[in-house]
Design a protein around this ligand. Structure first.
Ligand code: ADP
Ligand code: MG
Length: 673
């Protein structure tokens, strides 16, 4: 009997079932060729259709090869495989653990931000590209790894783009390290050019033809149109599962409800988005039930990251949520935007995996040809680069102009980032990392939040700022169901609301949650997302560890003191002083310095419109909204960030005149330096 070389036990029946399926995947045909190529080259590029087995199989092949290569050398090493999305990293790791017949977290594990499911036994680790970047900061040569697989390279996420440049350097210093770059689409020339000399291996897909249908006229409401299309497919098309692409959790849940409303249990409707509980995510892989059509309603995750078997029909409204960055106003926002032609092609391809399929595009052919861009721009060109600059600096790459970017960022974006970091005190005027900057780079957070945490002991409220930071780092904790329960949910939320702002409301929720830990009904009764609270607790613990490492004190102001909330609000500003808005005479909020008109988000818990507010994020929809907003005093700006808020550094606007008055009163009208 063949024993499982990992567990030492006999293989289960399930193992053999899956093995059969795995052997039918396209990458298996080229396994030998792949292994030869891997052994002969330090870097190789692998391009294959989505669903050909790249993500699940190739890292296992690499692991096998590395093991043979290592022979009896018992030294500890890993094979790492990066994923742009945390859901994909977790889901794929579980699948591969199952394929290898081992428990997840043992030989096969995953690491995503704030969650590490690995052990000393782990040899194959799936991790987000962001996590590998973090690891590089403490282990610059990535000594723990014997091979790295950069998956989904075509996605061109910020972290993957940085890893390209970093790994190029590492490979020069680590002749024993192997790199496999894997990509779904045909941008291969770009990778070939960048990793010059690396061979390209193509895995031919077995794509069946997909017939494309366009709408004759533009659709006014794509959500409506999508639901209508699903209903029509179900009524008039032969059996086969349906995949619908929408943009986010709320929209997806809404669509699922409506589809069930129309078709009842003739269909099995399954949502798929990143904040969905893991067990629910697994439902998309449920084997088909006879006579019941499966309808998967998904975000972009299903475009290339996760492959769902059995899809014959794709409904593509042509939108996804994308990060957009405006370097002029420094605002980074998630916007529902038209996808690219390359994305549309990927989406259509999902219909032809098992047999000929159909793709219904809810836009006109003319629009496809003329309105959609060819390829989505790399994320690096759509991001605020403050964090990137900090990360690279920590890696010893302070001359960003010489960094080998596949697509270099615009000088104005880099300039802004450097400026922000100087303002936050992370870089000195020469662009060198300061002590504070070094600390900031160790927090897996954006620079403002890191700065706020580091400054919080000075305001005697690090305990509270830790709780707020944790709450800001997890998905929205408030559950707001539609229909009858909505009123009850709003009333429940109102009980937590702090009139001075949303940050304090979040703090109230966290405190109340901790006080009622024994009460298993507490979350349910208060319409609070239990999972979000659990992860906030976990995030907080990890942040505490980083604080302790730097000897940053955990402290609180006496709750009965007048200063309790004042100190917290000041500490918020210590990090977020660049995200402040001022109320002008006509009752509108304008962002400080760039004077952009913004509105308080409807979820805001302020009971009045204070003159000055600090906000956590700016979201752009039809209007600009600031979300998670807290009331602050103009004088504090001058105290907390005197240089940034010195009138001489300000464009002409009402806020400037107010600041001038404040400064004058303080007798600090002179030069800021
Ligand atoms: P690629 O990376 O080339 O797109 P994958 O390795 O992700 O391909 O997928 C290969 C196959 O494994 C697909 O048929 C997919 O449906 C299957 N698969 C992946 N994850 C799971 C899972 N959790 N459960 C069942 N099947 C899965
Ligand atoms: Mg894949």
């Amino acid at each position: 009997m063949v024993m499982n070389k990992w567990s030492g036990k006999a293989y289960t029946q399930r193992y053999y079932e899956i093995l059969e399926k795995r052997r039918s995947l396209p990458v298996w045909v080229q396994k030998k060729e792949f292994l030869q190529c891997l052994m002969r080259n330090q870097t190789m590029i692998l391009v294959g259709e989505t669903g050909s087995g790249k993500t699940t199989q190739i890292p296992q092949f690499v692991l096998e090869a590395m093991q043979e290569d290592a022979g009896r050398n018992p030294s500890k090493w890993l094979v790492g495989c990066t994923q742009p999305r945390r859901v994909a990293a977790m889901s794929v790791a579980s699948r591969v653990a199952e394929e290898m017949d081992v428990a997840i977290g043992e030989e096969v594990g995953y690491t995503v931000r704030f969650e590490d499911c690995t052990s000393s036994k782990t040899m194959l680790k799936y991790l987000t590209d962001g996590m590998l970047l973090r690891e590089a900061m403490t282990d610059p040569l990535l000594q723990r790894y014997k091979a790295i697989v950069l998956d989904e390279a075509h996605e061109r996420t910020l972290a993957t783009d940085l890893l390209f440049g970093i790994l190029k350097r590492v490979l020069k210093n680590r002749p024993d390290l192997k790199l496999v770059v894997m990509s779904a689409t045909l941008e291969a020339e770009k990778f070939l050019e960048y990793f010059s000399g690396a061979p390209l291996m193509k895995v031919p897909g077995r794509l069946h033809p997909v017939e494309i249908f366009y709408t004759p006229e533009p659709e006014r409401d794509y959500l409506d149109a999508a639901i209508r299309t699903v209903v029509q497919i179900h009524m008039f098309e032969p059996p086969g599962d349906v995949l619908v692409f929408l943009t986010g959790e709320e929209e997806i849940e809404d669509a699922c409800r409506k589809i069930v409303g129309e078709l009842g249990d003739q269909v099995n409707v399954v949502p798929l988005y990143s904040s969905l509980p893991t067990a629910m995510q697994q439902k998309i892989f449920d084997p088909p039930t006879e006579n019941v059509r499966k309808i998967v309603v998904s975000t972009n995750i299903a475009e290339t990251s996760l492959t769902i078997d059995g899809i014959v029909y794709v409904v593509d409204p042509g939108f996804s949520k994308q990060k957009i960055y405006n370097p002029e106003t420094r605002v980074e926002s998630l916007l529902v935007s038209p996808i690219s032609q390359a994305s549309a092609q990927q989406r259509a391809g999902r219909a032809g995996r098992t047999r000929p399929g159909k793709c219904f595009r809810l836009y006109t052919e003319k629009s496809f040809n003329h309105d959609l861009i060819k390829q989505t721009y790399p994320e690096l060109l759509r991001s605020n680069l403050a964090n990137t600059v900090l990360t690279l600096n920590k890696l010893g790459i302070d001359n960003l102009v010489s960094f080998d970017f596949m697509d270099p960022p615009a000088p104005v974006t880099l300039g802004r980032a450097l400026n922000d970091l100087v303002n936050l005190g992370a870089l000195d005027d020469e662009g060198n990392l300061t002590r504070i900057g070094e600390m900031m780079s160790e927090f897996p957070l954006d620079p403002q939040m890191a700065k706020m945490l580091i400054a919080s002991p000075k305001f005697n409220c690090s305990n509270e700022i830790l709780s707020i930071s944790a709450m800001l780092s997890v998905p929205n904790c408030f559950i707001r169901p539609r229909g009858e329960a909505q009123k009850a949910a709003d009333e429940a939320k109102a009980r937590f609301e702090h009139i001075d702002g949303d940050h304090l409301t979040l703090l109230n929720v966290y405190h109340d949650y901790k006080q009622n830990k024994e009460d298993s009904n507490w979350c349910y009764e208060n319409f609070i997302n239990y999972k979000a609270m659990k992860s906030a607790e976990n995030v907080r613990e990890q942040l505490v560890r980083i604080m302790s490492k730097f000897n940053l004190k955990m402290c609180s102001t006496d709750f009965n003191s007048r200063d309790y909330y004042i100190n917290i609000r000041k500490a918020l500003l210590a990090g977020y002083f660049m995200q402040v808005a001022h109320l002008d005479g006509s009752g509108h909020y304008l962002t400080a310095k760039d004077d952009k008109m913004v509105n308080l988000h409807p979820s805001c818990s302020l009971d009045h419109k204070p003159e000055w507010v600090v906000y956590n994020e700016c979201v752009q929809t039809s209007r600009n909204f600031i979300r998670i907003v807290t009331y602050i005093q103009g004088e504090w700006l001058v105290d907390v960030a005197p240089h940034y808020y010195h009138p001489s550094n300000f464009p002409n606007c009402e806020a400037k005149r107010v600041l001038q008055k404040i400064s004058k009163k303080r007798g600090r009208g002179g030069n800021p330096k």
